[in-house]
Design a protein around this ligand. Structure first.
Ligand code: ATP
Length: 721
């Protein structure tokens, strides 16, 4: 371990930059630990079918199952396998130490124990944690000054709890702009000495959720993460302005064990826990499996709290070792194979660890001054403002997004917000066999349907000013929570934002009263076009004059806006005519027209058509047309939208009782001819509004149309927006 400080600051910065540019990628270290047969297994006349034949290979020796298609030997190349008679000290020294103690050099590290229930995870991790801390204390007493902080959480049934707190409060993961994903309000104890550590460990043990199953009297029913955060500085530079601190964390992760319901013979409560445990382990193995294939596509970190919190350890800024624990018993052969498959996948996963340096205040100020100077020089040569063609490109991009959302939309995905992985099945089968890597089962509640990676590459440095933990948060570096929560461009919800109704500033009640007292708009649909305007148009009443500052940025400048608006009006006019025309031979005559124009119209017309047809069928729509109308599935993607909002609705409203309602109180029910005339009236008013704006623009009275790209795109046609 080299001392860092003073003159070395520049060197550290240089190294750090180099590391940020190309942090060292290394594969997760995987070790396999076979335990001896337990007393219980010996009494049950169990046979040990597994044997470590050398330091890298474990062999299945069951002559009765010679015809099996499963491999009988698993070799781990440079990684290690440990026989049943190996001590934990040896597993630590040869399998985990190098990774664990890199934390004192400012590198985040994580040691996992993974395996079926009763295979020896807690047994192994208890030893590994103590040996690591002993080594860290040893370093402390030598060349560098350290501050060690201890924190511990457990994840049980998807709830995060502080193991150092007597309260049962659930903790929340939160995105911190500086530190990445953190768990809020975690207690961090500054470690004083060895006895203090033992005391804290026993508190954690006492607080951790355990339960009895037939396979393990003291089975861990939660995933436990103990974290040691270490800040270190070279003694000779302590307190000096140019001192530099290394800061990193080491995580000791004792996972709850996967279990087969048939084997663990658990009570109902245990079964439920087991299901949660199996689910999160399933997500972990899915993440590992996908990462092992090279991080292409979406990595489902956020499908469980476990993977969300451990994300940096799985694919980010950390060195990671996984200890896979095995029972040699014949009765557990299937689970043992699954653990070995997990191990094989895990050793293909690479992380990129970096040295995490925290600068002193003075060094930081210097660094920031340089940054300010750089930004100032950039400001002196500003980027030219976007041109009209940029806006046109933006519109085209939005069209593509909307089209894509439509293609990606499958009603089943949205019902109940459930998302199945490519190899998922039912929850009940997850209980039966959750540990399989190849045929994993499970169905997760998920708030995304994204199919692209939500940013698994976490390559930011782990700048963590650990001496400044006002909120005592447990932090892991990585991408933003928004990203991890799947707010990617491919998320249908994201697309919905693009096409859904314009937000309102008017209470729903206003609209409802306008709609002749329809009960909360409950069964009412709205066919509406909403525009914003800041000009003195002829139909000011129908146009919202509301504008806010940041919308200004999106204004479409100059004449291009008018042309596009007129085009859009033309399409809307055609669409509405085709809705109300009784003599169409095809149920979708307007689609051909619209598909060549804005896909927004196409999407929305699919959804609103059914309702318009329903709403007006007594007047003119024949039953055949109605039946062949596509289901109104799009509406499902706007759950919980309040009724009757929107700014001022220009076109028409309709009710469930086949009455078509205009926006005016004067008419309560309209036939198709009346609809046409209402539409004409509204379109005329929009056209004169545009003409008015044009005139004002020509006279230099207004700078822009006040029409926004976003709002322009979101012109809404359809019920319950
Ligand atoms: N390598 C080993 N040598 C001797 N005994 C062991 C070894 N590994 C585990 N055991 C014993 O096996 C039993 C189960 O171990 P442990 O509780 O660590 O399993 P686990 O994988 O953590 O189980 P669970 O997932 O149910 O919590 C314990 O009694 C433990 O002492």
């Amino acid at each position: 371990m080299g001392a860092i400080g003073g003159e070395e600051l520049k060197q550290v910065e240089k190294e750090q930059k180099a590391q940020m540019a190309g942090a060292r990628e290394e594969r997760i270290l995987v070790v396999v630990r076979l335990r001896p047969l337990s007393d219980k297994e010996i009494i049950a006349n169990e046979v040990a079918d597994w044997e470590c034949i050398n330091d890298n290979t474990i062999l299945y020796r069951n002559t009765l199952r010679e015809g099996s298609t499963f491999p009988s030997a698993y070799t781990f190349g440079t990684d290690r396998v440990f026989r049943g008679d190996c001590l934990t000290k040896q597993v630590y020294e040869e399998g985990a130490k190098e990774v664990a103690v890199s934390v004192v050099n400012g590198i985040n590290s994580t040691i996992f124990a993974y395996g079926q229930t009763s295979s020896g995870k807690t047994y192994t991790m208890t030893g590994i944690t103590e040996y690591t801390v002993a080594d860290i204390f040893d370093y402390i007493n030598r060349e560098r000054a350290f501050v060690l902080k201890f924190s511990a959480i457990e994840i049980s049934n998807e709830a995060i709890r502080d193991l150092l707190s007597s309260e049962n409060t659930q903790l929340k993961p939160r995105d911190d702009p500086e530190r990445g994903l953190i768990v809020e309000k975690v207690i961090e104890e500054v470690l004083r000495d060895w006895n203090h550590l033992k005391e804290l460990l026993s508190i954690c043990e006492a607080q951790r959720k355990i339960g009895e199953t037939s396979l393990n009297e003291r089975s861990s029913r939660s995933h436990r993460i103990i974290r040691l955060t270490i800040e270190s500085s070279a003694r000779e530079f302590l307190g000096k302005e140019n001192s530099t601190t290394l800061a990193a964390s080491v995580n000791f992760v004792d996972l709850a064990g996967s279990e087969q319901a048939s084997q663990s013979l658990s009570t109902e409560a245990r079964l439920k826990e087991g299901c949660h445990i199996n689910r999160s382990l399933l997500t972990l193995s899915t993440v590992i499996r996908k990462l092992s294939k090279g991080r292409q596509g979406h990595i489902n970190y956020r499908d469980s709290k476990l993977t969300l919190i451990l994300q940096p350890c799985l694919g980010g800024n950390a060195r990671t070792a996984i200890i896979c624990t095995l029972s040699p018993a014949r009765s557990h052969v299937e689970q043992t194979r699954n653990t070995l498959l997990f191990a094989c996948c895990a050793k293909e996963v690479a992380t990129k660890a970096q040295v995490n340096v925290v600068m002193s205040d003075k060094a930081l100020v210097k660094h920031l001054q340089r940054e300010v100077a750089r930004l100032e020089s950039e400001l002196k040569s500003p980027v030219p403002p976007p041109s009209n063609s940029d806006y046109a490109a933006l519109l085209r991009r939005k069209d593509l997004q909307i089209q894509k959302a439509r293609i990606n939309y499958h009603p089943n995905q949205l019902e109940g917000d459930a998302w199945e992985d490519d190899y998922s099945a039912s929850e009940s089968s997850c209980l039966a066999d959750s540990n399989r890597l190849d045929v994993h089962v499970g169905k997760f509640n998920s708030i995304h349907c994204s199919n692209t990676e939500s940013g698994s590459n976490i390559e930011q440095p782990y700048h963590q000013p650990l001496n400044n933990h006002e909120d005592h948060s447990m932090s892991v570096s990585g991408q933003s929570l928004d990203e991890t929560l799947g707010e990617t461009a491919d998320d249908p919800d994201e697309y919905c934002k693009e096409v859904q109704c314009i937000e309102t500033e008017e209470p729903a009640g206003d609209y409802n009263s306008d709609s002749r007292g329809l009960p909360n708009g409950e069964s009412e649909g709205t066919l509406a076009l909403t525009l914003y305007g800041d000009g003195d148009g002829t139909d000011q009443e129908a146009m919202s004059t509301s504008m806010n500052g940041d919308r200004e940025a999106n204004h479409i400048q100059n004449g291009i806006a008018f042309d596009l608006l007129e085009q859009r009006l033309h399409h809307i006019q055609n669409t509405i005519y085709s809705f109300v025309s009784p003599d169409k031979s095809s149920p979708y005559p307007q689609l051909a027209d619209l598909s060549s124009s804005r896909s927004l119209n196409l999407n929305r017309s699919l959804s609103c058509r059914a309702d318009v047809m329903r709403g007006t069928s007594s007047h003119y729509a024949d039953q055949k047309h109605f039946e062949s109308t596509p289901p109104n599935g799009w509406e499902k993607i706007f759950p919980g939208r309040p009724h009757g909002y929107g700014k001022k609705f220009l076109l028409l409203n309709y009710g469930a009782n086949n009455e078509v309602l205009s926006r005016n109180n004067s008419q309560s029910s309209l036939g198709s001819a009346s609809i046409k005339s209402a539409v004409d009236e509204d379109i005329t008013s929009i056209q004169s509004f545009v003409a008015g704006l044009k005139k004002q623009l020509a006279n230099g009275q207004v700078q822009s149309t006040g029409l926004e790209v976003d709002e322009y795109e979101r012109c809404r046609i359809g019920p319950n927006a």
